[in-house]
Design a protein around this ligand. Sequence first.
Ligand SMILES: *Cc1c(COP(=O)(O)O)cnc(C)c1O
Length: 412
Amino acid sequence: MLTGLVCIVCGRSYAPGDHQTCTVCGPGGILDARYDYDAARVSLTADALAGRGRDMWRYREVLPVPEGARRPDVQVGWSPIREAPRLAAAVGVRRLFLKDDGRNPTSSFKDRASAVGVTKALEFGYQAVACASTGNAASSLAGMAAAVELPAYIFVPERAPEPKIAQLLMFGATVFRVRGSYEQAFELCRAACERFRWYNRNSGTNPYLVEGKKTAGLEIAEQFSGSAMLDGALPDWVAVSVGDGCTIGGITKGLHEFKRLGLARAMPSMLGVQAEGASAIVRAFRSKGDVVPSGADTVADSIAVGTPRNWRRALAWVRASRGSMVSVPDAAILEAMRETARLGAVFAEPAAAAAVAGLRRAVAEGIVPAGATALAVITGNGLKDVRAAMSAAGQPHDVRPDLAAVADIVER
Ligand SMILES: *Cc1c(COP(=O)(O)O)cnc(C)c1O
C-alpha cells in the first residue's frame, strides 16, 4: 500500500494524492513514492506471486494504485527474457540476456508508466490526459487512454519518427506537432494542462509513472530468481538506455525492492547508456557535479534529451548499485541494432539497441569484466523507427521474376 511521497531533495513528506513535484524545491524536487513494506512482505511472497496474473499488476502491494481501481485491461509487462549467446560473444560478456519490452501493447517499455498514468488520472477525476514526448511516452499514453476511454492530447517535437505519430493518430489522440525543441513542447504541454485541467503524464516529474517503470526491475528479479537461467542468481550487470533518467531509476528501484521484500539476495550493478550527442547525465556522472543541459543530437530519438528532468535520482541509484555510465556514438548504436537482430533475434529501436552498444563499450573500457553475466533491457521495438532501421540494415536485392537472377545472387 502507498503510504506517501517524499521529496528526494529536502525530505519533505506528502500524503498520497495529486502531486507533481515538491512545492518547496520546485521542478528539481522529484517525489519518491513510499509503501508499507512490512505489510507487503507478508502478502507479496513467492507463493502468492506464483498464482497471480502475468502482467505488471502482480506487484500490487508496491504500486500506487488502490484496490479495485479502473485500469487498462491490455497486457502490460511480464515481457520475456531470452539468452543470446552469439550476441554475448560479440559484446564480450560471458552470458547475455535480452528482456524484450518491445512486446508491450504499443511496442515500448513506456506502456508500464502510461498504464499507471491513466489509472491515476481516473482516480483523481480528470477528463483527459496529456503529455509532451519524443515519441514512445506519447504513443503509449494514447494507447492506454484508448483502453480506458479517456481523450489524449499529445505535444510532439518535429523530430519524432513517423511510425510513432501514426500510432498516436490511430489511437485517436489529438496531436500537436510543435515547431520547436522537445523542451518547448514540454513547456507548452505543462501550460495547457494547467489551463484545461488535463492530467499531465509528464515523464520527468510525475511521481507515479516511475512506479510503473519499476515493475520491469521487479520482473527481472523475479524471472531470474524463479528460473534455471542463472541457477536463481541475478545477472551481474543490467544495461539500460538513459534519456531523462526515469527508466533506469525505476528499474533499479524495482530490483532493490524485490531484495527488500526478501525475495532476492543480490543486486545487479546498473549500466546507464546515453548517446554521445545527448550525454548530459554521463558527464555529470563523470564530473560528480550537477547536470549541465547539452545538445540532443542522435539517431536514438527516444533518448535525445538535452535537459534531463530526473538525473539526480538516476545517478543516485546507479551509484548505489556500484554501477557506471557510458556514452556511445550513433554508428555504434546502428551496429548494435543489426547485431541485436541478427545475433539476438530481437528487433530493437535505436534507443533500445543503445543498451547493447553501451555494454560492448563498457567491456572495452574494462568497466564490465569479460567474465560477467549481463542483461540488456530492450525498451522499444525496431518498427518504431523504420528509417533508422533501413539505414542500419542495407537494401534488398532487386531481381527480375526469374530464377536465374536469384541464382546469380545466391551463387555469387
Ligand atoms: C523513454 C525511453 C528510454 C529512456 O527513458 P528515460 O526515462 O527517458 O531515461 C529508453 N528507450 C526507449 C525506447 C524509450 O522510449
